[in-house]
Structure formats: structure tokens, C-alpha cells
Design a protein around this ligand. Sequence first.
Ligand SMILES: *[C@@H]1O[C@H](CO)[C@@H](O)[C@H](O)[C@H]1NC(C)=O
Ligand SMILES: *[C@@H]1O[C@H](CO)[C@@H](O)[C@H](O)[C@H]1NC(C)=O
Ligand SMILES: *[C@@H]1O[C@H](CO)[C@@H](O)[C@H](O)[C@H]1NC(C)=O
Ligand SMILES: *[C@@H]1O[C@H](CO)[C@@H](O)[C@H](O)[C@H]1NC(C)=O
Ligand SMILES: *[C@@H]1O[C@H](CO)[C@@H](O)[C@H](O)[C@H]1NC(C)=O
Ligand SMILES: *[C@@H]1O[C@H](CO)[C@@H](O)[C@H](O)[C@H]1NC(C)=O
Length: 453
Amino acid sequence: MPGPRVWGKYLCRSPHSTGCPGAMWWLLLWGVLQACPTRGSVLLAQELPQQLTSPGYPEPYRKGQESSTDIKAPEGFAVRLIFQDFDLEPSQDCAGDSVTISASGSDPSQFCGQQDSPLGRPPGQRAFVSSGRSLRLTFRTQPSSENKTVHLHKGFLALYQTVGECPSWGCREGASVPSHDPDAAADCHPYPSSLPVCGRPVTPIAQNQTTLRSSRAKLGNFPWQAFTSIHGRGGGALLGDRWILTAAHTIYPKDSVSLRKNQSVNVFLGHTAINEMLKLGNYPVHHVIVHPDYRQNESHNFSGDIALLELQHSIPLGPNVLPVCLPDNETLYRSGLLGYVSGFGVEMGWLTTELKYSRLPVAPREACEAWLQKRQRPEVFSDDMFCVGDETQRHSVCQGDSGSVYVVWDDRAHHWVATGIVSWGIGCGEGYDFYTKVLSYVDWIKGVMNGKN
Ligand SMILES: *[C@@H]1O[C@H](CO)[C@@H](O)[C@H](O)[C@H]1NC(C)=O
Ligand SMILES: *[C@@H]1O[C@H](CO)[C@@H](O)[C@H](O)[C@H]1NC(C)=O
Ligand SMILES: *[C@@H]1O[C@H](CO)[C@@H](O)[C@H](O)[C@H]1NC(C)=O
Ligand SMILES: *[C@@H]1O[C@H](CO)[C@@H](O)[C@H](O)[C@H]1NC(C)=O
Ligand SMILES: *[C@@H]1O[C@H](CO)[C@@H](O)[C@H](O)[C@H]1NC(C)=O
Ligand SMILES: *[C@@H]1O[C@H](CO)[C@@H](O)[C@H](O)[C@H]1NC(C)=O
């Protein structure tokens, strides 16, 4: 199993472009981005706590500076912030150096001093939870004659994270929230985490598309879509609130047995634009489980091209992050049935930066067999695969779409089902594409998810 590595926890989006030069490129190329406490930066909170510090922390801070940071949560969620260390020069009514916490619709609170100073007002161990989606922290220090660090105060270190919005909390000093347990506030998710509803986007796709050409997805059309970066870009689909269904060959590519074994596995969700997803941060992977039938060294046999990534934490679900359902019936594979495949793959020779989708029919098995035979292809087209497309139409599945899913609408259950995983094809843009038939692996998937494999 590749050992997953964790990176990219911080986001800095400064309105002044000099603040964090080329930050996006750093993230794209190396997956590294630094927190840079410039004036007026915006941070996006994630489920996992992240750090925010005063400039230069833990070195004594400079006098005569002011900076504010807006911390934002995704739609429908709130920001929770708690101080781990707080060491500011005390002053009467915090008229000197101070930290101010504010959120729309509530009075700002101002703090200064250390934990045990009689003068001043330190925040202590209380948690601040925004009443809306965002919370602002302003750090202000008094100008002095030299603006130097003549004092020995470190400043502050705070942890912030996304939590479910709890109407009763408000931006107040939540005494009811224990301070040392970052998970304590997590029981307030607007969606229950044990049994999330699958296959029901809040913003369903407008199903009046007539051509088979690809279109740009709208936010929330495919809320299960994951973007993966392992050996290259790939896709996946969210199952439950902690699992990503993907293709085994995104983890062990067929043509590169000698590639580094310990490739880092990065998973992103929650948006249709790659750069927005990167800003939301990656979801650390706890476990990678590849189907035992998969043979990396057999380049023409994609049997068992299925894998599951177990995330370290449950993902907070919302309109842009929802799971897809698993198939339970052969009828979801009848030829002619129209489904959708979405992904971030190559299109017209270019890597896309936006999620695209195509509406394509399930193809008759015999047509795909004949098509392969005509081309004298050695690839194995087994019963645990099916094919999608139309010989006469251009399609758009290509490199980079691997691992993404093909979904069909289940008329009986009234939800979207992931029937296929983009597995292999011959060239891009013509004929058929071959998918892992998820129905053949549902027992394995459920076994793994229930901890039996
Ligand atoms: C100290 O900093 C303040 C605010 O940045 C500035 O207005 C002031 O001129 C500085 N004083 C000195 C002596 O540098
Ligand atoms: C599809 O339907 C949506 C809403 O019903 C409408 O806004 C859009 O213009 C339609 N698109 C086409 C191509 O008919
Ligand atoms: C992969 O990483 C694990 C743990 O970090 C280590 O034990 C193992 O030796 C590494 N394998 C390779 C092939 O580098
Ligand atoms: C392809 O791989 C599967 C699973 O590893 C195996 O059962 C099957 O026999 C292989 N097919 C061929 C034609 O090699
Ligand atoms: C692939 O690897 C398996 C197990 O290591 C081995 O049994 C099999 O012969 C190999 N197949 C090929 C085509 O090299
Ligand atoms: C599959 O769907 C068909 C038609 O809706 C139904 O008659 C059949 O009972 C279903 N099979 C299973 C195993 O649910």
C-alpha cells in the first residue's frame, strides 16, 4: 500500500498580490502553500483544525502593526476558533496591543494580556463560533518610538476549523464547548454523518442536454466528484462520508511498474474548479485498498480496476459534497440507457481546470466486442466491465478522467447510482470507453467499508 502523506493545510489568499506571490502555482506544482499573515488575508476553514498565528510567532511581535484575517467556512457551516497560546502585552481595557474577534451580527470582543495578568483580558480556553460563515480576527499593536520588539511577548497561536452551524451558538464565548477536543463541535453537522443520503444533488443537472458533447458542470451537479492527484490527475466518487471509490490503475498505473511505490495520495472535493478545490485543501487518506484481482503487470487486462480510499476523517457534507449510491440491479446496465460521466480529464488535448461532463449511452456489449476485434486489440473485455458511448459520435473521456464515475438515474429509488468507473479506452475522442462494472464489486466494496476485508 502506498503510504499516504499529508500536505497543503494552509491557504493564504491575499488581496495584495505581493503578499503570497504565486501561491496558486506553488500549490499546483508542489502542493505546498504557506500561511502568510499579511494584511487582510482570507483563510478557508476545513474540518481539521489549522493554525493561525501572529506574524513572527513565537518570536516577540513587532509594535505598530495591524492585520486582519477573515476565516471563512463553506456554505452552511460555521468557523470555530480557539486560542492555544495567547501572550500580548497587558493594558487597561486592552487599549494597547489587542486581538479583536468579530463576526457579522454580533459585538466584537477584544482581548489582551497573558493568561495570569491582572491587567488585561485574555481569551482563555473558550471557543469562538461564528454566527454566519465567517469570523474576523484583527491583531493590532500600538506604535512605539522604535517599533521594535523591546518587549518579550510572543503574540498568539489559534486553531480554527469548520463546524456545523448551530443556531444557538452565535459568536460568543462558547463555555459549553470543551476546549481540548477539536471534535467536540463536530456533532452539530447539518447532515447526519452516519447515514448520508446518497445520489440526490441539491442542484441536479438540467437533463435537457441534447448532444453528447461535454459541458461544464455547475456547482453541485456532481457533488460526489473527487479530484485525485496520485501519479497524475484522476477522479473518484464519494461513498458515505469517508470513502472514495476510484480505479486501481490511478494508484498502480499499468505501464509504470517501476514508479515510486510510496506515491502520495491527495484527494480534493467540494467544487467544480480545481483551483477552488485546492483552496479547500486536501483530505488526508488513511488507507488505500486496491482490489485483489487487479494486476498491475498485465497491461492488457484491467480486471479488478477498482480501489477504495479511506479518508482519515469523515467529511462534513453539504450541497457541494454529497455521496453517490451503489448499484443493486442489472437493469441499470441495459444498453441505450443514458448516463453521465464527469471528470477533470484532457479535453481537445488540454487539461481542464473545470469539471466537465458528457451524456453517453450504455453501449451494447456485442458492438464493443466487434469494435475491439476490428482493431485487433488485445485488451480483455470481461464480464466485470461494460462499455459506454456511441460509435458514430465523438465522446470526451480521456486521460485524467480515470477513476471518475459514470452515473445513471435509478427510476425506482429516485437517486443517482455510480454504475461504472472510468477504466480504459483506445485513444480519446472516438468510439467506446470501457468501465469497471461496479455491480460486480458491490459486495467487496461493502465488505471493505464495513471493515471486513
Ligand atoms: C511605527 O509604526 C507606525 C505604524 O506602522 C508608524 O505610523 C510610525 O511612523 C512608526 N514609527 C517609527 C518611529 O518608525
Ligand atoms: C435547460 O433547462 C434549463 C432550466 O430548465 C434552462 O435554463 C436551459 O436554458 C435549458 N437548456 C437547453 C439547452 O435547453
Ligand atoms: C514506504 O513508506 C513506508 C512507511 O513510511 C516504509 O516503511 C517503506 O519502506 C516505504 N517503501 C518504499 C518502497 O519506499
Ligand atoms: C484477467 O485478470 C483476471 C483477474 O486477475 C483473471 O481472473 C483473468 O483470468 C484475466 N484474463 C485474462 C484473459 O488473462
Ligand atoms: C504478474 O505478477 C504476478 C505476481 O507477481 C505473476 O504471478 C504473473 O506471472 C505476472 N504476470 C506477468 C504477465 O508478468
Ligand atoms: C431489478 O429490477 C427489476 C425491474 O425493476 C425488478 O423486477 C427486480 O426485482 C430487481 N431485482 C433486484 C434484485 O432488486
